[in-house]
Design a protein around this ligand. Structure first.
Ligand code: SF4
Length: 587
């Protein structure tokens, strides 16, 4: 191989909007050392046609193809590697990334198409490997840190020891003005630290507990570049961003002050909810809406379940801080649970569900345990007799607390959650119905079983269809609720949610096409004028009338008859409730 021959770095993302941080980092690191070397980044998605990705890769006739391997793309990478090797037998195929590293021996034995696997941090290893391939001999492979390779003559696999991890200031900033501009509409990833101080048994990050922080001034300067580029979203991949709360505070403060109303970029962080300190919460509650997004892993609320996976969470503190953030209404909140953790039964999971539901966050993600090769969970799962998929994503099929049928029920609940409240459809209606039950989980469980029985989940449903599903379920399960004056209030509640979902069509059954009498027409026009005058706005506002006390409902969840006008602001991406008032107070 010569320095002028291109080396291909191939990243297969789940969606076009995603970008591959690892390969950009390898590219930036090596180009800083060897600017003469031609490195080409090829990105595609796992939904693209494999043949078309193969054609793209083949056209380079490159001496080296490097793939970044994760559980979501390894199956496609295996297929592409095999086909590439047939077409270009002299090209070297290099795998790296968490999915390859943990099973290096196994992959090199099973996959003849794969020549080399890099374990651990890739920047230094990949750069030294390219040096060796350009100027050295095959014996020099011994000098590449963290490299696993096949010695065909001796019929054995070598595993070189891993090198030293890069210090916080040594991994490259993988973007420049041009690449930021080219990818402004995509999600860019950034790491201000590597490693995690915690050691949850299902997580590969538990294997690297040496947390290294990028110097704060360097981090802040790089954030400035993101802000100047007006990007859509930057996701910090720091495993627990607020492991050092003072540092997290300084970074959030800088982002909030530097954004200065630009309002273009959203910053996403994974944080430990119980490590959020009061001053950070106070600060975050002053952030412009849409600037900051927090993802918080709750996973389970049962101390014995958490202890079994080596986690400890102060749930009271987590709930308290989340509630304060929710009341502040500035930060987008995303909370996770994991189904299938050791010892958690369906009943116990339902209690965890109730806990998260009560926090009323923007996104409630119901995830499923993955028994990742190389993680401590593998031994634990074997001991407890778990069943899980042999192939990626290694998802749990049965645990010691949940049967396959239980997990199937939860998968369907997750689908409903995503199709309704996580997509911002019928959030208020769902809260009303779920919170009427003794426990919200019992509502969701019954709704899931009802929807499955009727085949509702077998194909995608339109937003109007989803309202029909909920309405039919409520009519059947609580026939006393949807009748007479209550029926009108419930349909109006659905219509309130529908207005907030930003859909353009106006389904008749939600009362959009109901003929207005003269009185209704008059108060609607009157309310419209009031809102325009009050907010000194004219265009992009919509007024609608509702047959219940909207303020009381939003405050306490009670549905009491009254006539209220609500003004929706349509000038932002999704309609927001700008104002509301009791119609009688307008006169
Ligand atoms: S799950 Fe999160 S907190 Fe636990 S080890 Fe992994 S990254 Fe760290």
């Amino acid at each position: 191989m010569t320095a002028v021959q291109p080396v291909i770095l191939c990243g297969l993302n789940t969606r076009h909007v995603h970008t591959n941080l690892a390969l950009r980092s390898l590219l930036a690191y090596h180009q800083a050392r060897r600017p003469e070397q031609q490195l080409i980044l090829v990105e595609a998605t796992i939904n693209d046609r494999p043949l078309s990705i193969l054609q793209t890769l083949y056209q380079y006739h490159a001496p080296v193809y490097a793939f970044s391997c994760y559980i979501w793309n390894i199956i496609l990478i295996r297929r592409l590697s095999r086909d590439l090797k047939k077409l270009l037998p002299d090209s070297l195929i290099v795998w790296g990334g968490p999915e390859a590293a943990q099973q290096a021996e196994d992959f090199l034995r099973r996959e003849p198409a794969v020549d080399l696997i890099i374990r651990g941090e890739g920047e230094e290893a990949f750069s030294v490997l390219l040096d060796v391939l350009t100027t050295g001999t095959s014996e020099d492979l011994d000098s590449v840190p963290g490299l696993s390779w096949r010695d065909r003559q001796q019929d054995r696999i070598h595993h070189n020891p891993e090198g030293r991890s890069l210090a916080g200031d040594a991994w490259p900033f993988p973007y420049n003005r041009q690449t930021l501009a080219e990818n402004a509409g995509r999600i860019l990833y950034y790491e201000s630290s590597r490693g995690c101080p915690f050691s949850c048994s299902y997580c590969l990050s538990a294997l690297d507990r040496r947390v290294r922080y990028r110097p704060l001034d360097q981090t802040l300067a790089e954030i400035n570049q993101f802000l100047e580029a007006d990007l859509r979203q930057v996701k910090f991949v720091d495993r627990t961003f607020n492991a050092d709360p003072a540092r997290a505070y300084a970074i959030w403060k800088h982002i909030i002050e530097s954004d200065a109303g630009r309002g273009k970029t959203n910053f996403h962080f994974e944080v430990a909810g119980d490590l959020l300190d009061d001053r950070s919460v106070e600060l975050l509650n002053q952030a412009p809406s849409g600037l900051i997004q927090l993802e918080i892993g709750v996973q389970s609320i049962h101390p014995d379940v958490l202890a079994a996976v080596n986690r400890k969470t102060d749930l009271d503190r987590l709930a308290r801080q989340v509630k304060v953030l929710r009341q502040g209404g500035r930060v987008h909140l995303h909370l996770d649970l994991i189904a299938g953790l050791p010892g958690e039964t369906l009943e116990a999971f339902g209690r965890s569900f109730d806990f998260v539901w009560a926090l009323e966050v923007d996104h409630f993600q119901l995830g499923f345990l993955k028994v990742l090769p190389g993680s401590p969970m593998v031994d634990q799962a074997r001991l407890r007799g778990f069943l899980w998929q042999d192939e990626p994503p290694y998802e749990i099929l049965a645990s010691d607390g949940l049967s396959f049928a239980d997990l199937t029920l939860l998968k369907n609940t997750a689908q409903l959650l995503d199709g309704f409240s996580n997509s911002n459809f019928y959030r208020h209606s769902l809260c009303f119905f779920a919170n009427r039950r003794e426990r919200p989980w019992l509502f969701w469980r019954a709704l899931t079983e009802w929807a499955v029985e009727r085949g509702w989940l077998e194909r995608p449903r339109s937003p109007a269809d989803r309202a029909l599903l909920l309405l039919s379920y409520i009519r059947e399960s609580e026939p006393g609720l949807v009748k007479d004056s209550t029926e009108k209030m419930i349909l109006d509640l659905f219509r309130l949610d529908y207005q907030l979902s930003g859909q353009k069509d106006q389904p008749e059954f939600l009362g959009f096409a109901a003929p207005e009498n003269e009185w209704e027409q008059e108060i609607r026009l009157h309310a419209q004028q009031y809102f325009k005058n009050h907010h000194r706005r004219s265009g992009r506002l919509r007024t609608d009338l509702f047959s219940f006390d909207v303020r009381r409902f939003l405050k306490s969840g009670e549905l009491l008859p009254d006539t209220w006008a609500v003004c929706f602001d349509l000038s932002t991406g999704r309609p927001v409730m700008l104002d509301k008032c009791r119609v009688n107070d307008l006169y």
